[in-house]
Design a protein around this ligand. Structure first.
Ligand SMILES: *[C@@H]1O[C@H](CO)[C@@H](O)[C@H](O)[C@H]1NC(C)=O
Ligand SMILES: *[C@@H]1O[C@H](CO)[C@@H](O)[C@H](O)[C@H]1NC(C)=O
Length: 410
C-alpha cells in the first residue's frame, strides 16, 4: 500500500516535471497549453525513437500517429455535405452547406491546413470541425486542399499542388458544379497553409489567363519568410509551445529540401550575414527589415541579429530562401498592389507573429486593405487546436472573429 502511494507520488512528480514548462504570464490557459505541448513533445520523441530504430522517417511516424488519432472519414450531416475528391490530381475534402430548394450561388473558401508543410491533413478532426462550422455559418462551400507533404516532396511541389488546385477550382465549370459564386471566392490557411494561401494569392493576381480571382485572402498566423530567425517574436517566443524556434527552422529545411545540419546556421542568421550580401539578398533583407516595418510596441527592446561573417555558399545551396513562392513577404511592391484585401491573424506568443505583422504593414504600404487581428494571449495554433485536451477560450474567440470577418467581407 505504502509502496503504491510512493510510486504514484513519484510518477505524478515525474509527469508534472515533464509537463511543466515556464510560460509567459499572459499566455492563455497555461496548464492546458502545457498539457497539449507535453502530448506533442511525447509524440515527437516517439517518432524520433522509431526513426532511430529504423522503423521509418520520423515525419511518417508522426503522421501515422496523427492519422490514427485524428483523421475521420467524410461524414455528412443534415446541414453540411462532406465529400472527398480531387482537383486536377490534388486531393481535397469538400464541405458544402445544404440549403434545400435554394438556387442561390454560394460563397467559396479554398483552405490550406497547417503543419509545417510536413504534417497533418485537411481530414483531421480539428480542420474538419473548422470547415464544417465555416460551411454552416457562411452558407458556403469550403474546399480543404491536401497538398503533398515533405519528406515525399519538397518546394516547389506543395506550392505547385496548391496553385494547381486553385486554378482548377476557379474554372467556370467547377464553380458551377458546386454552385459557387465566382465573385465570392476566398483563399485561406493557417501557419504553413497561410504561407501557401499568400503565395497562391500573389501568383494568381499576376496571372492574366485566370478570369476568376479571389475576392479576399485570410491568413491565420502565416509563415512568410526564412531570412530572419531573430525577429523580436522569434527572440521573445523561441521556447513558447507549441512551435519552438528550432522546430520552425527544421520545418523550413524539410520544406526547402535542405539538410538538417543547417539548422544552427539559420538560427544564427548566418545566411544573411553582411559578407554574404549579394544584391538579391540586400533587396530581400529590406523587405524583412523589422526595425522599419514593426511598430515600436512589437520591437520592444530586441536588437537585430546581423552577423558580420556568415556561412559561404548557403544561397547556392538553398536558392528558395529568396524565392517569393516560398517566402511571400519578399514580393515586390508592384505585386503586392495587385493582391486581394487581406485578413491577417497574429498571436503575441508565437515566433511567427512578426511574419504576419510585417506582411500586413507591407500590404498596407502597397495600398491593400488589411484587417489585422492580434491576440495578446494567443499562441501558435490556437485557432485550430481545440477539442482536446480542451478547447482554449482564445481559440474559440479567434475562430469566431475569423468567420465573422469572412461573413462581412466575402
Ligand atoms: C532598415 O530600416 C532602418 C530604419 O528605417 C534603416 O536605417 C536600415 O538601413 C534598414 N536596413 C536595411 C537592411 O534595409
Ligand atoms: C556562422 O558563420 C561564422 C563565420 O563563417 C562561423 O564561424 C560560424 O560557425 C557560423 N555559425 C554556424 C552556427 O554555423
Amino acid at each position: 500500500m505504502r509502496a503504491a502511494v510512493v510510486a504514484s507520488l513519484l510518477l505524478s512528480a515525474a509527469a508534472s516535471y515533464y509537463i511543466y514548462q515556464p510560460l509567459p504570464g499572459a499566455v492563455a490557459e497555461p496548464w492546458k497549453l502545457m498539457l497539449l505541448d507535453a502530448v506533442f513533445r511525447a509524440m515527437f520523441r516517439v517518432s524520433h525513437f522509431a526513426q532511430d530504430l529504423g522503423l521509418g522517417h520520423h515525419l511518417h511516424v508522426l503522421n501515422y500517429m496523427v492519422t490514427l488519432i485524428e483523421v475521420r472519414g467524410p461524414q455528412s450531416s443534415e446541414t453540411v455535405r462532406v465529400t472527398d475528391t480531387s482537383f486536377d490530381g490534388v486531393q481535397a475534402r469538400v464541405f458544402e452547406s445544404v440549403t434545400p430548394g435554394s438556387r442561390r450561388l454560394k460563397r467559396g473558401v479554398i483552405y490550406f491546413h497547417g503543419g509545417g508543410w510536413a504534417l497533418g491533413t485537411g481530414r483531421m478532426r480539428s480542420y474538419d470541425l473548422l470547415c464544417r462550422t465555416m460551411a454552416e455559418e457562411l452558407d458556403a462551400v469550403i474546399i480543404s486542399v491536401d497538398y503533398r507533404l515533405a519528406p515525399e516532396v519538397h518546394f516547389p511541389e506543395p506550392y505547385n499542388d496548391a496553385l494547381r488546385a486553385c486554378r482548377h477550382i476557379l474554372r467556370a465549370e467547377v464553380l458551377a458544379l458546386y454552385s459557387m459564386d465566382p465573385e465570392r471566392v476566398a483563399v485561406s490557411g493557417d501557419s504553413a497553409g497561410g504561407n501557401l494561401a499568400a503565395a497562391v494569392a500573389q501568383q494568381l493576381a499576376l496571372d492574366k489567363s485566370v478570369s476568376v480571382g479571389f475576392k479576399v485572402q485570410a491568413l491565420v498566423y502565416p509563415v512568410l519568410q526564412a531570412l530572419d530567425f531573430n525577429t523580436p517574436s522569434y527572440q521573445q517566443n523561441g521556447n513558447v509551445p507549441i512551435l519552438y524556434r528550432t522546430n520552425m527552422a527544421r520545418f523550413w529545411l524539410e520544406y526547402l529540401s535542405g539538410d538538417m545540419d543547417l539548422v544552427p546556421l539559420l538560427l544564427a542568421n548566418n545566411h544573411t550575414a553582411v559578407d554574404q550580401s549579394q544584391e538579391a539578398m540586400s533587396a530581400a533583407k529590406a523587405k524583412t527589415n523589422w526595425t522599419a516595418l514593426l511598430a515600436p510596441a512589437f520591437q520592444k527592446h530586441y536588437k537585430p541579429v546581423v552577423p558580420g561573417l556568415g556561412s559561404p555558399g548557403l544561397l547556392e545551396q538553398l536558392p528558395a530562401l529568396l524565392d517569393v513562392r516560398a517566402a511571400p513577404l519578399l514580393a515586390e511592391k508592384e505585386v503586392l498592389k495587385l493582391v486581394p484585401p487581406a485578413y491577417i491573424m497574429t498571436c503575441e506568443h508565437d515566433v511567427l507573429r512578426d511574419d504576419g505583422l510585417m506582411y500586413a504593414q507591407r500590404l498596407e504600404e502597397a495600398g491593400v486593405t488589411v484587417t489585422s487581428d492580434h491576440y495578446a494571449e494567443g499562441f501558435h495554433g490556437c485557432m485550430v487546436f481545440g477539442f482536446w485536451p480542451a478547447r482554449f477560450s482564445v481559440g474559440t474567440r479567434s475562430m469566431t472573429n475569423y468567420i465573422r470577418w469572412l461573413e462581412q467581407n466575402l
